[in-house]
Design a protein around this ligand. Structure first.
Ligand SMILES: *Cc1c(COP(=O)(O)O)cnc(C)c1O
Length: 363
């Protein structure tokens, strides 16, 4: 037996912790922003039919460039996109990793506005890219002049702007993306993992024409209720897709993944049918917590960042003991919680209410 500290690990990985949101088998799991509704039965049947067709061909490698899936995703996204502008991988995390493999790396820098998605620094470390965190203003809202000034000063090789932003829920205005794209000549990624939940903000897909260094990433893991399949994707200039082909592993998207995703995209309307309800639960949760005296940050996503907890760790533990999992992210006084089904949301609201002011368990 040896231990991690005995191994000749790369310097920039020493002391790092792996991504590790708890995966307890609890009844109410609201910690990783999944769509907690199961997928509709008729979609299940179509996915199974596609899978059984695909299984019969698994003696052969899958379509390396997954043309049928890319065409299906282009059709879903609209905006006049064609299949050659689409790329996909096993989760948008893999897409982001491929982008950093192609455009980041030793001597290059990745900039993001924090607090933001905890995987960005890990993906940077894994690709030997320097991570440049720039704090958001107190209200977490990015404004065009601030973003443009920061990018013009810092000139990173790659910037990721997450909108709506995880973990704050903050929506992203397209003027910010326009200003960012004009401000520097690096690769600009807009991570739209939660876009389908944001009824009020347009997608950055509209800005793609004429901006060959703008990349818009999406995922089937959140609104689409398909997290277990692992399918994330990207829309960008075809030249960007060519760049990602240089770093992807051969046949990285299995025949089963392709088949399942093709079937699900065919039923996009059904897959997204729960989005309105989830938004409603998010707003109900927000109202209830506000009435209890918590500070709820405005959210365009399916989760809320909530402040006002006297001891977030103690609240997290107390809820976990009751079979409710939410997320502690190390933001003082704050916890993040996903909007689930009506009954999950009710359970969460009454559990927090029972804890009393500041969410402090009484023991
Ligand atoms: C959940 C999430 C993703 C999606 O990850 P997958 O690998 O597609 O499951 C990407 N970006 C952000 C900000 C997320 O919160």
């Amino acid at each position: 037996m040896t231990s991690l500290s005995d191994l000749p690990l790369r310097d920039n990985l020493v002391g790092k912790l792996p991504y590790g949101a708890p995966q307890d088998p609890v009844p109410v799991s609201l910690n990783v922003n999944e769509n907690t509704h199961p997928i509709p039965e008729e979609v299940v049947e179509d996915v199974v039919a596609e899978l059984s067709r695909a299984v019969r061909g698994v003696n052969r490698y899958p379509d390396r460039d997954f043309g049928e899936l890319r065409a299906a995703l282009a059709g879903y996204l609209g905006h006049g996109l064609s299949a050659d502008q689409i790329w996909a991988a096993n989760g948008s995390n893999e897409v982001l990793q491929q982008i950093l493999q192609a455009f980041g790396g030793p001597g290059r820098r990745l900039l993001s506005f924090t607090p933001t998605y905890s995987m960005y620094p890990l993906l940077a470390a894994g690709t030997d890219t320097e991570w440049v965190p720039v704090p958001r203003p107190d209200d977490y809202v990015l404004r065009p002049d601030f973003v443009a000034r920061t990018l013009a000063e810092q000139r990173p090789d790659v910037a990721i702007i997450c909108g709506p932003n995880n973990p704050t829920g903050t929506s992203l205005d397209l003027e910010v993306v326009e200003a960012a794209a004009d401000a520097f000549d690096g690769i600009l990624i807009v991570d739209e993992a939660y876009h389908e939940f944001d009824a009020e903000h347009e997608s950055a897909l509209r800005l793609l024409p004429g901006r060959p260094r703008l990349l818009v990433s999406r995922t089937m893991s959140k609104a689409f209720a398909f997290a277990g399949v692992r399918l994330g994707y990207l829309a960008a200039d075809p030249a960007v897709v060519d760049a990602l082909r240089l770093v992807r592993l051969p046949y990285h998207l299995s025949a089963l993944t392709q088949a399942a995703a093709i079937a699900a995209v065919r039923h996009a309307d059904r897959m997204l049918a729960t989005v309105d309800d989830i938004r409603g639960q998010r707003d109900r949760l927000s109202d209830a917590l506000t009435k209890m005296g918590y500070t709820v940050h405005p959210s365009g996503s399916n989760f809320l960042l909530v402040g006002g907890f006297a001891n977030p760790g103690a609240t997290f533990d107390a809820l976990r003991r009751q079979g409710i999992l939410i997320r502690e992210l190390g933001i003082p006084g704050h916890l993040r919680m996903t909007a689930g089904t009506e009954s999950e949301t009710s359970t969460l609201i009454s559990a927090i209410s029972d804890l009393g002011p500041g969410g402090a368990p009484s023991e």
